[in-house]
Design a protein around this ligand. Structure first.
Ligand SMILES: Cc1ncc(C[n+]2csc(CCOP(=O)(O)OP(=O)(O)O)c2C)c(N)n1
Ligand code: SF4
Length: 336
């Protein structure tokens, strides 16, 4: 884990000299702005921070951060990041990926990084479309979605990034939204503080190829009635007037009005450590339920790097520090 020290860094220190090339109004701008706001608060020197991306509009992110960065291969950001984390455990590593990059071509790499609990912060910008390649449906596009590559409507069951992360046993799973900037900042801070894999799904607006995807939940004025903000140990209450809540009816969550038949004591109390509750929350989707925002699950488990370094230390205690040249010549060698 990266050590934190007192530094006089500001937002400007994290802004690169590159011209930002996203479409005007793209949700990526506000995610970039929040990242540049949050990083100076972490007390981590810039040279210890790395952003690694794959391919996509979202994957242009490392250019715009004045930190180290790699704009890597489509879907492979988690693999590069895993190697880097193992070789340099003191780096603070962020993976930026899109729903296509992470879940189509990169699906395999994503799940293995998460199940290993590599010390990475993975931000999945979910616009439910391929933006860079101009609007084909993605693994998170809704069934029936008409796009250039699904003119009669997608016939595929979409993947839910949160349930995928939970089944891969990610130790930090959260959700935020590009237009809800203050809350997005809070989630980024929480992700940064977690040791192990932090997985954050960020609802992101592709204003050009999928502009209405978040209709109903992206308007600041009406949002409190349509999403639920999670707080550990607090009941699931929402609504502009805090007049609605979520209770369990058998195994199913149910939205109820408060004040009549139901009161606060009937509601589910959020517990970030519960895998079972996390699945229930992750399945709550708009418009049938208020989608949950914030930390859905957070548990502390040994990270991949901790375990790896533990084994390296143990091997060195038993056999001494190794000699690579000797190792190369220890077994049979042959000339090609
Ligand atoms: C090996 C390979 N296959 C396919 C592509 C084409 N391609 C580039 S980006 C992309 C998907 C982008 O969608 P997403 O990850 O959701 O990112 P967004 O652009 O929406 O941010 C695809 C299929 C490619 N560049 N390389
Ligand atoms: S195509 Fe969509 S995701 Fe890509 S920059 Fe434009 S608005 Fe953003």
């Amino acid at each position: 884990m990266t050590e934190t020290i007192s530094l006089e860094l500001t937002r400007k220190d994290f802004v690169s000299d590159q011209t930002v090339r996203w479409c005007p109004g793209c949700g990526d701008y506000s995610i970039l702005a929040q990242m540049q706001k949050v990083l100076p608060e972490l007390g981590i020197p810039k040279e210890k921070i790395v952003f690694i991306s794959g391919i996509g509009c979202s994957s242009r992110f490392p250019y715009y951060m004045n930190t180290y960065g790699i704009h890597s291969i489509h879907g492979r950001a988690p693999t590069l990041a895993s190697g880097l984390a193992a070789a340099n455990p003191d780096l603070n590593i962020w993976v930026v990926t899109g729903d296509g990059d992470a879940m189509s071509i990169g699906g395999n790499h994503l799940i293995h990084a998460m199940r290993r609990n590599v010390d990475l912060k993975i931000l999945l910008f979910n616009n439910r479309i391929y933006g860079l390649t101009k609007g084909q449906y993605s693994p998170t596009s809704r069934k029936g979605k008409k796009t250039k590559s699904s003119p009669m409507g997608s016939i595929e069951q979409p993947l839910n990034p949160l349930t995928l992360a939970l089944s891969a046993e990610a130790t930090f799973v959260a959700r935020a939204m590009d237009t809800d900037t203050v809350h997005l900042g809070e989630v980024l801070r929480a992700a940064a503080a977690h040791e192990g894999t932090s997985f954050v799904e960020i609802y992101q607006d592709c204003v050009i190829f999928n502009p209405n995807e978040w209709a109903g939940i992206d308007d600041r004025r009406t949002r409190p009635d349509h999403v639920i903000y999670l707080e550990h140990d607090k009941p699931l209450i929402f609504g502009k007037n805090n007049d609605k809540g979520v209770r369990l009816n058998g195994f199913k969550p149910e939205v109820v009005e408060l004040g009549g038949e139901f009161s606060e004591k009937d509601l589910i109390v959020h517990d970030e450590t519960s895998q079972e509750l996390a699945y229930i929350l992750a399945h709550m989707e708009h418009p049938n339920y208020p989608p949950p925002m914030g930390v859905i699950r957070q548990v502390r488990k040994p990270t991949y790097t901790e375990e790896l370094m533990g084994q390296v230390r143990m091997a060195q205690e038993r056999k001494g520090v190794g000699d690579l040249q000797k190792l190369y010549h220890a077994a049979d060698v042959w000339t090609v």
